[in-house]
Design a protein around this ligand. Structure first.
Ligand code: COA
Length: 327
């Protein structure tokens, strides 16, 4: 079986910038606190007429261009998102229509901030089995529509964006996705969830008043879990490929909190310079964060053929994963 290569990347961040100073006017917080505790200075907010599939399209087009792939060549579209255009159908369905990717079957993956690493791993299975020759993987979120703008524990963290990658079989058997390692712990679900609006608690006027349709989080617990889980999965991914951390050229990590990233890097023994960081500009864009970072690093010319890249992401579920790519 051939490996899967990432043959094109793209990303999109909406134009509107919301700074920490702007947030000081909404909740009891300060630029200093947010920067010190999270590393975030500003985040992007989608325009009123932008839905998740619009952001996804804006990330997918440059990825397809870089991959010299036409939309009608795509066999498969997998979108990681928890803020799709509507509950049904999938964001991927709208994206498929907007792209004119008539041959592709398309679906969403619900793994929150781990959505794009889950999507990458799923698409990899189709490519390696020969079922698909071209796959589009997208992570997209419009989280600013589902956060409680009066909750300073959460509203300072999140932002909107999209990242995309086009996958195909690798021409070189030594290059491409070496392995992906996915994990879940549903017992930790209450640490980070949107409790209302689903079949368990359909939304009522009362539920809306209680903001049950907004993100609720135990930040401290998520923080500790994330550091532990991402450290463990890093070791697992390295061991599976007989690699040491010193051999890694880059870490592309979900940008949730600079202190989470630093703690994981320190525990696995990788210097910060090897990790692409953009949390300062975008905050936590959930499933978009990993492919946005990958695209920025790629377009900055950081990823050279043969480089070893460790990808890491964790989010609600809890769900997390690590993957190793030889670029
Ligand atoms: N501005 C100012 N003070 C704030 C604040 C804000 N935006 N948010 C919380 N605080 C306060 C708290 O109320 C608390 O005050 P208290 O001691 O009087 O109760 C104090 O700051 C410390 O809060 P704490 O929750 O201990 O802070 P923290 O260092 O854990 O940082 C997070 C909070 C949310 C930044 C941090 O826990 C975090 O990033 N967790 C992971 C979240 C995450 O990544 N989620 C997504 C996973 S994909």
């Amino acid at each position: 079986m051939s490996r899967t290569s990432i043959i094109g990347t793209g990303s999109y961040a909406p134009a509107k910038v919301l700074t920490n100073r702007d947030l000081e006017k909404r909740v009891q917080t300060s630029d200093e606190w947010i920067v010190e505790r999270t590393g975030i200075r500003e985040r992007r907010v989608a325009a009123d007429d932008e839905a998740a599939s619009d952001l996804a399209l804006a990330a997918a087009l440059p990825a397809l261009e870089l991959a010299s792939t036409r939309a009608d060549e795509l066999d498969l579209i997998v979108v990681g998102t928890i803020s799709a255009d509507m509950p049904m159908p999938s964001c991927a369905a709208f994206l498929q229509a907007k792209l004119g990717a008539t041959k592709a079957f398309a679906f969403d993956v619900s793994a929150a901030c781990a959505g794009s690493i889950y999507a990458l791993s799923i698409a990899d299975q189709f490519i390696r089995s020969g079922t698909a020759r071209r796959a589009l993987v997208v992570g997209v979120e419009v989280l600013t529509r589902i956060v409680d703008w009066e909750d300073r524990n959460t509203c300072i963290l999140f932002g909107d964006g999209a990242g995309a990658a086009v996958l195909g079989p690798s021409a070189d058997p030594d290059r491409g996705l070496l392995s992906a390692h996915l994990h879940s712990d549903g017992r930790a679900a209450p640490m980070l969830w949107i409790p209302g609006g689903g079949s368990k608690t359909p939304l009522t006027h009362e539920g809306l008043d209680q903001k049950l349709n907004k993100v609720a989080m135990n930040g401290k617990e998520v923080f500790k879990y994330a550091v532990r889980a991402l450290t463990d999965v890093s070791h697992e991914a390295l061991a599976a490929n007989g690699l040491t951390a010193a051999q890694l050229d880059h870490v592309i990590a979900h940008q949730a909190n600079i202190r989470i990233i630093d703690a994981v890097l320190q525990r696995i023994g990788v210097p910060r310079e090897k990790c692409w960081l953009n949390i300062e500009k975008y905050g936590n864009t959930s499933s978009a964060s990993l492919p946005m970072s990958l695209d920025e690093a790629n377009r900055a010319g950081k990823l050279r053929p043969g480089d070893l890249v460790l990808m890491l992401a964790i989010g609600a579920g809890l769900a997390w994963g690590g993957a190793v790519v030889r670029w």
